[in-house]
Every structure is written in C-alpha cells, then in structure tokens.
Design a protein around this ligand. Structure first.
Ligand SMILES: NC(=O)c1ccc[n+]([C@@H]2O[C@H](COP(=O)([O-])OP(=O)(O)OC[C@H]3O[C@@H](n4cnc5c(N)ncnc54)[C@H](OP(=O)(O)O)[C@@H]3O)[C@@H](O)[C@H]2O)c1
Length: 302
C-alpha cells in the first residue's frame, strides 16, 4: 500500500457522476438516499414507487434536473420493465441499483405478550393474506428488479473500461479510457433490516422472514454476479423515522438502543455515500448493520 498518497475524503465519499436507481425512493430512507446522492454530485437519481405525487414532490424538493420520478410497482414485472425502458431513454447505464422498497406485512403486535395459547394462535394467524404482499415486495421483487437492471449495470462497467461477460479475472479492456484512480464496478444495494437477524419479533413474523430473505438474496447476488463484475451489498437499518415507523424519533433506554435514539438523515446519508463512493469500492457481499447498537441488546444471529 502506498501510504504516501494524499487522502481526499470529499473524493472518496462522493456520488459524483453516478446514475442511481432507488426503488421506494419517494419517502423515508429512500428519500434520504436520494437527497444525499443528489447533493453529492450524482448525475441522475431515478425514484421508483407507486405513488406518483409522492415521487414528484420528492424530485421537486431535491433537484428536478437530477431526480426523476418514475411510477413503478416492484411486484409487477411488466411495470418494472416499463420503468427500465423509461430510464433507457435518458441514461445509457446504471451505476447503482438500490432495492429499497418495502412494506410491513401482517401486524403481529402483542405477540410477545400473549397470555394464553389461544391468544398466541389468534395473533399468529392474523392477516394471513398479507404474507404474500410482504414476500413479493420485500423479497421476490429483489430478484426480478435486479434481473431487469443487469444489462444497465453491465453498461456502467463497460463505461469504466471493464470487460463484459463471464470472466475469471476482473480486467480493463485494452485501449479503454478510464480513471485509473477509480476501481469501482457497478453495484446492487439491498435494504434489509435488523429484523433479518433479530429473533425477537418486533415488526411482525412476516416482516422478519421477508427481511431475512432480503439479506440472504443480497449476499447470494454477490456470489452469483461476481464473475460478471457486479457487486452486491446489504444495508440492515435499525429504527429510522419514516411512514413505516410512524415518524418515530423519540428517545430509547440503552437496553433497547445503546445510542438512545432513532437513526438520523445524516446516519443514512453517510452510509450511502460510503457504499457508492470510491470509499466502498472493495465492499462486496457485505451487510452493513446501522442501528445504534440495537441488535446487541436482542437475541440475534448475524
Ligand atoms: N424505517 C425503519 O426503521 C426501517 C428499518 C429497517 C428497514 N427498513 C426498510 O427500509 C426500506 C424503506 O422503508 P422506510 O422506512 O423508508 O418506509 P417508507 O417511507 O414506508 O418507504 C417504503 C417505500 O417503499 C415503496 N413501496 C412499497 N411497496 C412498493 C411497491 N410494490 N412498488 C414500489 N414501491 C413500493 C413506498 O412507495 P409507494 O407506496 O409509493 O409505492 C415507499 O416509498 C424498506 O425496505 C424497509 O423495510 C426501514
């Protein structure tokens, strides 16, 4: 390692020039990503979601020249394909795809306090039909959306001079133009949750199962896509204020969250800049837990 080289943090932790797609980008954590990326020099940030008004408001509030709203239901393959086509009209490639869209699923509130077997049975069977929506949105969609964007992620690699197709060694094409100080390859980032690892049921059994699946798929994609030069990493957030958590930003005892607070915009903005910047270039197949220490205080495996 050449330690005589000067370190320039604003060059390392930067989204400069990147084209990024964020599912569920119109609110909460996705909106935090979009704001951070656009503010750090991203060329284009596409926000995908079902509520158009929400996406349009988000684009307007950040920078409509950079942020583009696209209506898309991630559980509907034809809707995802249509979104890809729309993006192809404006961009030749995608550097980073962020699988962030998510829903809670069946409400299992009170499950940990059930006083009788009958009460436990009632809660476990509650809202059975929404298990499917939860799995389709939080888990299955990761596979279909990632598949739909692979050719654009490959184009981003080609743009950086990397050879395309299955290969044994990552190398640049002879004569290609590229920045020798930028070793990045394209990347899929999947937003799972600490519920992926926590055995204590907080947001529901379905939510935990779907998010365990999301974390697993994020890791499996890293292995599957390695020969194609596309990286895959996972973010596992703890509690962040959003529609999903009803804007919760209260304080918590240390035995629940050692940081005694929910996560902030700055926490998530920093995480995404780290992962998409040159700072994250050597990360592949990783799970970034960002929870103020919450998992440490619950029975969990990770
Ligand atoms: N906030 C937390 O504490 C926390 C903790 C751990 C993990 N997470 C995860 O972080 C991600 C973002 O959640 P959030 O907390 O920011 O909540 P949020 O504000 O409710 O965001 C969820 C987003 O997903 C989109 N979405 C849901 N179903 C969709 C579908 N079928 N197609 C396209 N988009 C869809 C929603 O937009 P539309 O309704 O307009 O489609 C919404 O913008 C989720 O995966 C969530 O599980 C959150």
């Amino acid at each position: 390692m050449d330690t005589s080289k000067p370190i320039n943090p604003s060059d390392l932790f930067s989204a400069k020039g990147l084209t990024v797609v964020i599912t569920g980008g119109g609110s909460g954590i996705g909106l935090a990503f979009a704001t951070s990326l656009a503010g750090s020099g991203a060329e284009k940030v596409y926000l995908l979601g079902r509520r158009v008004k929400n996406l349009e408001d988000a684009a307007k509030s950040i920078n409509p020249d950079i942020v583009v709203p696209i209506q898309c239901d991630v559980t509907d393959p034809s809707s995802v394909d249509a979104a890809v086509k729309q993006i192809e009209k404006q961009s030749s490639h995608v550097d980073v795809l962020i699988n962030n869209a998510g829903v809670l699923g069946p409400d299992h509130k009170g499950i940990d306090k059930a006083q009788s077997i009958q009460e436990l049975q009632e809660i476990m069977k509650r809202d059975w039909s929404s298990w499917d929506t939860s799995f389709q949105t939080n888990t299955s969609a990761i596979v279909n959306v990632s598949a739909a964007f692979l050719h654009l992620l490959d184009e981003a690699n080609k743009k950086r001079g990397w050879a395309t197709g299955r290969k044994e060694v990552m190398e640049r094409v002879e004569g290609a133009q590229y920045d020798v100080n930028d070793p990045r390859t394209s990347q899929i980032i999947t937003v799972a949750s600490i519920a992926s690892f926590n055995r204590f049921v907080t947001a529901g059994l379905a939510y935990s199962a779907t998010k365990a699946g999301a974390a697993m798929l994020g890791k499996a994609l890293a292995t599957l896509l390695a020969p194609f030069g596309i990286r895959s990493n996972v973010i596992a957030p703890g509690r962040f204020p959003s529609d999903m958590t009803a804007g919760d930003s209260g304080s918590f005892p240390v035995n629940q969250i050692p940081a005694s607070r929910s996560g902030s915009y700055e926490d998530m903005a920093s995480m995404i800049l780290f992962l998409v910047g040159k700072s994250g270039a050597y990360h592949n197949g990783n799970v970034q837990v960002i929870d103020g220490g919450r998992l440490s205080m619950m029975p969990s495996t990770y």
